[in-house]
Structure formats: structure tokens, C-alpha cells
Design a protein. Structure first.
Length: 254
């Protein structure tokens, strides 16, 4: 599945030559790999990653991608506050720079801010130089907004490549995937149906993937903000706490 991204990134990561036919096939396969990333729980072929938090006995890690957004992210923060829940927000660097006050609110309210790439562009993952620059820019944006250097990183679409694996070794960032997806950006199911499906399947130690913002400014808002209250209610029924990754993570990624 990930052959396309491997073929495209291997040359840039290691300087080898790839025949044009292989490159063309790589582009086709890359699209399939990105689609697969939406269905696969965790792609960690080129770097160790946290995909579950195995030491957690009565908690799950709640994570949000693609924010912040001035309309939808405050709704998520309000709901988390009403339930006394905490989360890790994997933010896009350009959005973090545009709305630093939202990152500051996250920190004030006990949440964790992590990196989701500076521009949410999977093409940056195909070159060691580009992905290193993208990671550095996102770290800089988050640090400038919060005063603290982020610890965790989740790549756009959850895709890993040889180039990303190389870049992560010197980034100081730990890779985080997920074990339970909410499917809040796809399909037309109601928030209640999505939340019920997620609540029935979640287990202690799961890393839950939701979205607090559209991928692109002005795009379709995901169902995450609308289903969050129901998700938290399902977790409470199961006697599971919602925490940030750093609040329950123990041990090394695998």
C-alpha cells in the first residue's frame, strides 16, 4: 500500500535514482496509500510510534487534528471543559501562527499542543530536506504561541515515509498514531451514530482520532465538534477518563 510513497521518497531520502516508470507508478500508488492511511489505524513502518498506550487501565487519549479554527476549536474546548476532559491537539503550524490565542487557551485549560505539520502537505514527507524544514517551522510556531516546545508529532493523514523516518531522528519529536478512528471527516452518518459506534468499540489505552477543524480554511467542518459531547458521555458510561497523550503515556514507542 505504501509502495508509492516509498518509491517517491527513497530517492530524495538517500540520493539514489529511480526509473521514470517507477516514479509514475509511485504517484498512482501514493494516492492509494493516502486513502489507506484513512483506514489504517497506524502507519509506523519507518519510525517507532505510539499507537496505543498500553499502561493505561482506565483512560483513553483523546486527540484532535487539523486545528486550530476560530469557529470550531472553541466549541471543542468548551465541551472538554464541561466534562473535565483533556486532549492533545495536533495543530497545523500556519494555523497556530494565525491563532496563537487558541493554543494559549489550550495550555491554560490543561490540554497538550503537538505538531501536525506546518502546512498539512503530504508532499513534504517525500524529501528529508522538506520534511525537516516543515517539522522545524511547525515546532517554531507552536513554541512561539505557547512558550513550550512540543513533544509529539502526527504526520498529515498518518503517512510515514523513509524521509520522515530520517528527519525524526534529529527532531526531538515522538511519533503518535491512533488505534481508534472516529471517521468524523467522512460519510454522512449523524454525530449520534458516529459517537455510538466509537463508544461501543473503544478500549482502555486507545488513542482516539478526531478533528476539531476543517483541513483547509473555509472547508467543511468535520463532525468531531458535534459528536464530542456524546463521545465523552459514552466514555463516562464505560468509566474511562479522557486524557492527553502526555498525561498517560508511559514507556517508549514501539
Amino acid at each position: 500500500m505504501v509502495f508509492g510513497l516509498v518509491a517517491l521518497s527513497w530517492t530524495r531520502a538517500w540520493g539514489g535514482a529511480v526509473p521514470w516508470a517507477l516514479v509514475a507508478a509511485g504517484w498512482v500508488a501514493a494516492v492509494a496509500a493516502l486513502a489507506a492511511a484513512s483506514a489504517w489505524a497506524c502507519l509506523r513502518g519507518f519510525a517507532p510510534a505510539y499507537c496505543r498506550l498500553r499502561s493505561a487501565k482506565s483512560a483513553v487519549a483523546l486527540t484532535f487534528d487539523d486545528g486550530p479554527d476560530p469557529e470550531s476549536t472553541p466549541r471543542v474546548l468548551d465541551e472538554l471543559g464541561r466534562h473535565g476532559a483533556h486532549a492533545t491537539f495536533f495543530v497545523v503550524g500556519t494555523k497556530a501562527a494565525a491563532y496563537p490565542q487558541l493554543l494559549q487557551r489550550m495550555i491554560r485549560e490543561g490540554h497538550e499542543v503537538a505538531c501536525h505539520g506546518h502546512r498539512h502537505d503530504w508532499r513534504a514527507l517525500l524529501s528529508v530536506r522538506r520534511v525537516t524544514a516543515d517539522l522545524a517551522a511547525c515546532v517554531e510556531a507552536v513554541t512561539a504561541a505557547t512558550g513550550s516546545r512540543p513533544r509529539y508529532y502526527r504526520p498529515p493523514y498518518g503517512v510515514t515515509t523513509p524521509a520522515l523516518g530520517v528527519a525524526l531522528t534529529s527532531s526531538g519529536l515522538d511519533l503518535v498514531g491512533w488505534s481508534r478512528r472516529s471517521w468524523d471527516t467522512m460519510g454522512r452518518d449523524s454525530p449520534a451514530a458516529r459517537a455510538a459506534r466509537l463508544g461501543a468499540r473503544v478500549e482502555p489505552g486507545d488513542i482516539i482520532l478526531l478533528h476539531d477543524a476543517p483541513e483547509r480554511q473555509g472547508g467543511r467542518t468535520p463532525a468531531g465538534p458535534d459528536m464530542l459531547a456524546l463521545v465523552l458521555s459514552h466514555l463516562a458510561t464505560r468509566r474511562l477518563r479522557a486524557e492527553a497523550v502526555g498525561g498517560i503515556e508511559r514507556g517508549a514507542p514501539v
